[in-house]
Design a protein around this ligand. Structure first.
Ligand code: SF4
Length: 320
């Protein structure tokens, strides 16, 4: 099956500052791709490039191409890109409060999406809203549709944002840290709901997260970003069994395990460098226990490794 979203060798700059360097990833219908990395790794910027939203922040694609369903975003007018975003690409933000209008009832905010993009009548849009809310396991959906955002819990608000993203019947959903603002139990519910929606509706999901635990739970593939470059990409099973890249291994090491002794949770020493001070060679070398002089000098190319690919001079051998 061909990719619905294809990001090929995309580099991005804001003004004169290069931020992303040759990012390639793709996601098909019915598939969940986890885009993972610490803050500052370039995840949200990659999502903005995928949605054609870079001009909003003064950014531009300096190399490569983003294709949606075979069409190059660069060849579209802004009007065509806007139509694509509302109708075929749904977006779920990190913070539901920024996505919801505080002075509009939540049902009306969902209705407007299907009225605008699917041309539904007022009553048909409301029926669709209630149906979507029920699928998102919102109890008493009819009554909740009449509520104001401030009357709902964080988890309920995030379900409304997901309903808004689904209301235009999109082919692709881009969800940027959709559970960050929620408590752990609600996080698990939202992740489970997103996973079943993808399988049931055959949509593609690009899930941006800093949490490898979430990736392990629902993603089919994972793309690991570090300091604006792709460190590793491939199917979740083999990567979790034997990550090729030390950064991927470090992120997996950060997943809390059941029965872990207090204080035994691993962190990754140091921090992602600022784009104004990316180190030469492999950008991970100041934090990497495996670094050699070659790593401080040369940029490791992204090479195939098993069924995925990784950019490291000293990859871990494949499992088995
Ligand atoms: Fe570490 Fe070198 Fe691999 Fe970079 S290229 S991740 S510094 S071993």
């Amino acid at each position: 099956m061909t990719a619905l979203l294809e990001v090929s060798g995309v580099s991005v700059a804001i003004g004169a500052l290069p931020l992303l360097d040759g990012i390639s990833l793709s996601v098909r219908r019915g598939q969940i791709l986890g885009l993972v990395g610490e803050s500052g790794s370039g995840k949200s910027l990659t999502a903005m490039a995928a949605m054609g939203l870079l001009p909003l922040i003064g950014g531009r694609v300096t190399a490569g191409a983003v294709r949606f369903d075979g069409q190059d975003l660069a060849g579209m007018t802004e009007g065509q890109r806007r139509a694509l975003r509302g109708r075929r690409i749904g977006f779920v933000t990190q913070n539901p409060m920024t996505a919801l209008d505080p002075v509009q009832r939540v049902g009306d905010q969902v209705d407007v999406v299907s009225r605008l993009h699917l041309g539904l009548s007022k009553s048909a849009a409301r029926a669709r809203t209630i149906d979507l809310m029920a699928q998102l396991r919102i109890p008493e959906a009819g009554a909740v549709a009449e509520a104001w955002p401030h009357q709902l819990s964080g988890g309920m608000k995030q379900r409304i944002v997901i309903a808004m993203a689904l209301a235009g019947d999109p082919d692709l959903i881009i969800a940027d840290e959709p559970t960050t603002a929620l408590d752990v139990t609600v996080q698990a519910q939202i992740i489970q709901i997103l996973g079943s929606l993808v399988r049931d509706r055959g949509v593609a999901l690009l899930l941006i997260t800093h949490d490898m635990g979430v990736v392990a739970q629902i993603c089919d593939r994972v793309a690991v970003l570090y300091a604006g470059r792709l460190a590793e990409e491939g199917p979740v099973g083999p990567i979790f069994a034997a990550p090729a890249h030390p950064y991927t291994a470090a992120l997996i090491g950060c997943i809390p395990q059941d029965g872990m002794a207090k204080g035994s949770l691993h962190g990754i020493p140091g921090a992602v460098p600022s784009a104004r001070a990316f180190p030469p060679g492999c950008r991970f070398h100041p934090r990497c226990a495996r670094a050699t002089p070659e790593c401080t000098r040369d940029v490791p190319p992204l090479l195939p490794r098993g069924v995925g690919s990784a950019a490291c001079f000293h990859m871990t051998p494949e499992a088995g």
